[in-house]
Design a protein around this ligand. Structure first.
Ligand code: GLU
Length: 419
């Protein structure tokens, strides 16, 4: 992951859009960098009694449309530039789906798989102690991201409420439903991606049973996307995790695969015994092989910068749905466009998560509870509207969907800043 380029690329992208929209230099200057970047140490008492220092970040990009909003990721490759780039993406994402939020992002440099449950809890609480003065329900509202989940949000909101001296459920979203979390929030990002897939189905005339999908990543986003797509009848022929993945010619059932992985530890083990796989059934593949597979729709749902100028010309999919944040570099995008690949930008495709977070934030403030069906229905209304706006602008301006999405989002933020 080249995170410096990731941030520089996001600035470059903004400048191009600002140019088209004729945004004033002082507004562009403000948008090019986050309002505030917090870097802090998190001392954690490890199980062996020793104290280990971790490094945490929170980037608050822009709050013109509402409180800064965005997840916190736990990953060994987290860096300042990565978090800055991702916080800018959140500003565009929230603006695109018209939420009353700005953009933020946080992270800790850590491999959470190497921590015990107790260490993970102390790290999560330590993160909140480090940023407590800078966050809150109307200031900056964090949520889950890569390798963080509802349990981590529960520890974080509990720590926040303790420091604040009062129960403050709206300070975080993505909490467990028992603690003012939204029913449906966990699967919302994947569900939202499939709402967009169904819109594509209508305009491009996909026949689900004849349409193959390869999903990179089997975490919360990848798994739920695959599962909802499977239920719509789509054929999931490949999926992967960090260590690699599996190609299943006749298509795999995500729910069964998840159950099996929980038992055996690895996806590949579910379709292969050791290194021996039944070729008619399963074949082990690397993450690179998954991306370059002959498939109708490719769904990168793991981390950023996986499709680059090095592998873009080898992509054989006709459509890409960006469920990860920033999976395609701008150089790769140009190559893909020349190959006539249709890409659905991340700020549209994966916006179901933050949209559900908005519902959760409202509920936590109002102390109301929604049923899962209502959450998912409301979410599809928001995403379908955003899809139509992006689609219509792309047709009108004769630009690709990414450019149309950015034009809409940046314009909304810049106009509000001007006012
Ligand atoms: N981490 C998710 C994202 O990248 C969700 C953010 C949120 O719910 O605030 O969109």
């Amino acid at each position: 992951m080249d995170s410096q380029n990731f941030f520089l690329d996001s600035q470059k992208q903004l400048k191009e859009i600002a140019n088209i929209l004729k945004i004033k230099p002082e507004i562009l200057r403000e948008l090019e960098e986050p309002h505030r970047l917090i870097k802090f140490q998190i001392p954690v008492q490890m199980d062996n009694g020793k104290v280990k220092i971790f490094f945490g970040f929170r980037s608050q990009h822009n709050n013109t449309l509402g409180p800064y909003k965005g997840g916190i990721r736990f990953h060994p490759e987290v860096s300042e530039d990565e978090i800055k780039a991702l916080s800018m993406l959140m500003t565009w994402k929230c603006a695109l789906v018209d939420l009353p939020f700005g953009g933020g992002k946080g992270g800790v440099i850590v491999d959470p798989r190497k921590l015990s449950k107790g260490e993970l809890e102390r790290l999560s609480r330590g993160y909140v102690k480090g940023i407590f003065p800078y966050i809150g329900p109307d200031i900056d509202v964090p949520a889950p991201d890569v390798n963080t989940n509802a349990q981590i949000m529960a520890w974080m909101v509990n720590e926040y409420s303790k420091l604040k001296g009062k129960d403050t459920p709206a300070a975080f979203t993505g909490k467990p439903p028992e603690l003012w979390g939204l029913k449906g929030r966990e699967e919302a990002t994947g569900y939202g991606g499939v709402v967009i897939l169904k819109k594509l189905q209508k305009v491009f005339g996909f026949k689900p049973r004849e349409t193959t999908l390869a999903v990179q990543g089997f975490g919360n986003v990848g798994y739920n996307f695959a599962n909802f797509a499977f239920r719509e009848g789509y054929k999931i022929i490949a999926t992967s995790e960090c260590e690699g993945g599996i190609y299943v010619k006749k298509g795999l059932n995500p729910e069964e695969t998840l159950r099996c992985r929980e038992e055996k530890g690895k996806i590949a083990e579910c379709y292969c015994v050791g290194s021996v796989c039944d070729l008619n059934y399963g074949k082990q593949i690397t993450n690179d092989e998954l991306l370059e597979m002959e498939v109708d729709i490719l769904v990168p749902a793991a981390v950023e910068n996986v499709i680059t100028k090095e592998n873009a010309s080898k992509i054989r999919a006709k459509y890409i749905i960006e469920m990860a944040n920033g999976p395609v570099t701008p150089e790769a995008e140009i190559i893909l466009e020349e190959k006539c690949v249709v890409s659905i930008p991340d700020i549209l495709a994966n916006s179901g998560g933050v949209t559900a977070s908005y519902f959760e934030w409202l509920q936590s403030k109002e102390k109301k509870k929604w049923e899962r069906e209502k959450s998912l229905h409301e979410l599809s209304v928001v995403l379908e509207k955003a899809f139509e706006e992006v689609w219509n602008l792309a047709k009108k301006e004769k630009v690709n969907l990414k450019k149309a999405a950015y034009l809409l989002a940046v314009d909304r933020v810049a106009k509000a800043m001007k006012k």
